[in-house]
Every structure is written in C-alpha cells, then in structure tokens.
Ligand binder design. Structure first.
Ligand code: NAD
Length: 421
C-alpha cells in the first residue's frame, strides 16, 4: 500500500467511526491543485540538469495552504499528495488557521554544492511563485531542506513580486524573519505531548528508555530535548546506521561526530547496529523521526516499544498501527506528535505580519498550550469512540474541517487540478 493509500485508509476509517458527512470525506479525498514542473539547473561543471518538482495544494477549507518542501531523490507525486493531505489534518488537529499543502524536488542534496542548491531553490520558486504567497500557500522546510534554503526562497519570491515578503515561507533563519524556537519546534512539540502523556500515566522520565530513528531536525533535537529532561536515550540512528547503549548515549557527542564526520556511527559511543535492529530494540519509547513506512507488516511483530512517538510523517503503516495497538503499544500519531513544527511556523508567519518578534519563552509557552490542548481534545474523542489515538486525531481534525466546510457553503467543493509538465 502506498503512503497516499495509507493516508486515505486512515481517513476512511475515522470518517466511518464518526459517521462523517460523505461529501466532506469526498472533498478531502482529493487535493485541490497539483502542480508538476521541471527545473533546469546549471550545474557547477557547466551541464544543465533537469529536476522534477511538485507542489500539491490539498485543502484551503480552514486557511491558506501550508506545508514543507522535501528535497529527496525518491520524491514522487504519491508521496507529496500524502504529505499535503496530512498537513490539512495536522493543522486542523492543532486548530491553527491553515489548510494543507506540500512540495517536493527529486534531487540528492548530498551530491550537490551550495551554489547548485541555491540555483535549484531559486528555480523552484520561479516555477511556483504564481500559485503561492503569504495569504495563499506558505512552504517551509522538510527532509533535506534547511533554514538557508528558506532564506533563498524568501529572497527569490520577494525579488519576483518586488516586495519584501518574509511571510511567504517559514523556517527561515532568525536574521531574515525566522522565529525563535522554530528549529527545535517539531521535537519540542512532541516532547510536550510525551511529557503530558507520561504525567497522565504516572510514568517517570528518568527510568524511561528511548530509542530514536533519524538524527536530522526532528530526531536530533528530540534526542537533545529528551536527554535534557532526563530520559535515557539508548539508541540513535541516521540513514547510514545506528548506535545502541543500554546505559544511555550522549546526543551532544553524537552530534559533534556527525558534524565532523557525517554519520552517527562515527561517534565512538555504544555499539553500532543497523536501522532494522534499532527499531526492534526493547525500549519504553520509540521515536520515529526519519521517514514514512518504517514500521510495517514486515517488522511490526518484532517491535517491543511501549509507546511510539511519530515525529516523522507516516512512519507506521495502517496495518502495523492496528496490530501494535491491539497488542498494547500506544502510538502517538504524526498529525499530533510532529505538529509543533507547523504550529511555530504559524507563529513565525504571525510575527512576519506583525513585524514584531517574540522572545523564546513566549513561543514555547504558546506552543506548549497548543500541544496539550490538542492532546486533550484527542483523548476526549478517543474515549468517546473507544478508538486508537490516530483515529481520534483524525476525528478531531474532521470535526473542525466538516464545520468549516458547512459554514463556507458550496464554494468549498471547488476542486481544480493543474498539470503543467
Ligand atoms: P532532516 O533532513 O533534517 O533529517 C532526516 C534524518 O533522517 C537524517 O538524519 C537522515 O540521515 C535520517 N534518515 C533518512 N533515512 C533514514 C532511514 N531509513 N533510517 C534512519 N534514518 C534515516 O529531516 P527532518 O526535518 O528531521 O524530517 C524527518 C521527518 O520528520 C520527516 O518525515 C519529516 O516529514 C518529518 N517532519 C519534519 C518537520 C520539521 O519541522 N523539520 C516537521 C514535521 C514533520
């Protein structure tokens, strides 16, 4: 089952559970607009290379389209549609006034120079700038895209529209309109949810063993934040493999080694293990912070974690989710667990509009409130429908989306596809 089919399956199941209006389900079962473009980029050696790229605008029922841009060799339309759809649900889960969108460029950032990445980013903006904008569609970073790329993005868009428009993109560096706390927001939001869950279940961080898959924006900060909250981080990995230590690893040492030598395993702490082994280690909390389809029918029976915190989008397939939940694992779903990122993106966008910037404590206090309120709303639906947390999260989002659709009336049925390749 593809990532998009998996997302549709979650939607259909939760819609059935809550007896959702069929028209609302139908409207949200298709992206509003899909743009595919080809980006010709001059490489350092003088060659012209062509990169396929996408922007999917899933729904603007609750506000402008919002969602990151992924630079990854295997990006395809199915994946971007799934991610865009998840964004609609995520923004509704945390009650921020955005719809959902997502972008992707098929490229391998590890093999490109800084100059090539800048030219690629500017080409992408030139190709999509007429369909995005601070009040229409606001991209952000995702896998293998960085604050620097968001700065080029903002600069190119501002140049094309002849106006300074920092609110066209979020996840920017502080110096060009970024928000304090945006870099750590995805992990911080997940940590607030986990902390609240642990509190409700009388669990103690200092005796809780955590394994983390992925050591990028989401995973690295999750390791640092959870370590500082006295969780024991027993396993960490990146795309090249992992490290494991029963007594705990120090994320800062691992970060230093990764920065200097490029891999988590370059650090001489713990025992090297594969990513497959890492997922199957005994632990209390498994933080999935790499990419989709990591816990599947193939490995679900070997997962031993008591709690899974999904910082990545779509890391657990629907079948695995069902199996794990039946067997007592609590899965804190992506559309809640990683929504801290888009929440602080929203704060960044607000600060760009206000041209007034908040201190870190203000950002974090507001983020914590949003995450805890969203969790409690989901727990309410979970109790009402006797469901998994993922189903309750979809119900929570559908509830808001359905109300918005009914209030907006028949214009909200609009569906429009643009194929431009
Ligand atoms: P990133 O590019 O900063 O880091 C990705 C990390 O995952 C890298 O350490 C990479 O080595 C590792 N990785 C890739 N494939 C792997 C594999 N098979 N096994 C183990 N590790 C692997 O990306 P990110 O921003 O941290 O995003 C990670 C996930 O979190 C994605 O699913 C993304 O959509 C999701 N997410 C990110 C944000 C955000 O604000 N950055 C917000 C919400 C969700």
């Amino acid at each position: 089952m593809s990532f998009y089919e998996n997302t549709l399956k979650n939607m259909n199941k939760s819609a059935k559970l809550m007896n959702l209006d069929q028209e609302t389900l139908d409207t949200l079962s298709h992206p509003q607009k899909t743009l595919m473009v080809n980006l010709p980029v001059r490489m350092d050696d003088g060659r012209m290379e062509y990169f396929e790229a996408y922007r999917v605008q899933h729904s603007e029922l609750r506000g402008p389209f919002k969602g990151g841009v992924r630079y990854f060799p295997q990006v395809d339309l199915d994946e971007v549609k799934a991610l865009a759809t998840e964004m609609t649900f995520k923004c509704a889960v945390v009650g921020i006034p955005y719809g959902g969108g997502k972008g992707g460029v098929c490229c391998n950032t590890k093999e490109m120079s800084e100059g090539e990445l800048e030219r690629l980013t500017r080409k992408y903006v030139q190709a999509i700038y007429q369909v995005i904008g601070p009040e229409h569609d606001i991209p952000a970073p995702d896998m293998y895209t960085t604050p620097q790329m968001m700065a080029w993005f903002m600069d190119e868009y501002s140049r094309l529209v002849s106006q300074y428009r920092p609110g066209v993109v979020t996840g920017k560096p502080i110096e060009v309109g970024g928000s304090l706390g945006r870099g750590t927001a995805t992990a911080q939001g997940g940590a607030y949810v986990l902390e609240e869950y642990m509190k409700n279940n009388n669990m103690d961080a200092s005796t809780t063993k955590v394994v983390i898959q992925g050591f990028g924006n989401a995973g690295k900060y999750a390791a640092e934040i959870l370590h500082s909250m006295s969780y024991i981080i027993t396993g960490i990995s990146d795309s090249k493999g992992g490290l494991y230590s029963e007594g705990g690893l120090d994320p800062q040492c691992i970060d230093k080694a990764k920065q200097e030598k490029g891999t988590v395993q370059a650090c001489n702490l713990g025992t090297p293990i594969t990513n497959e082994e890492l997922l199957e280690k005994s632990c209390d909390v498994l933080v999935l912070a790499a990419m989709e389809n990591q816990v599947t029918e193939e490995n679900m029976k070997n997962i031993k974690a008591k709690i899974i915190l999904e910082l990545a989008n779509g890391p657990t397939t629907a079948e695995a989710d069902e199996y794990l939940t039946k067997n007592g694992t609590v899965v804190i779903p992506d559309i809640l667990a990683n929504a801290g990122g888009v929440t602080v993106s929203y704060f960044e966008w607000l600060q760009n509009h206000l041209m007034y910037y908040w201190p870190l404590e203000e950002v974090q206090t507001k983020l914590k409130r949003v995450m805890i309120e969203s969790l409690n709303r989901i727990l309410g639906f979970q109790q009402k429908y006797n469901s998994t947390m993922r189903m309750a999260a979809y119900v929570s989002a559908f509830d808001r989306l359905d109300k918005a659709k009914k209030l907006r009336g028949s214009g909200a049925h609009l569906r429009c596809k643009v194929y431009n390749k």
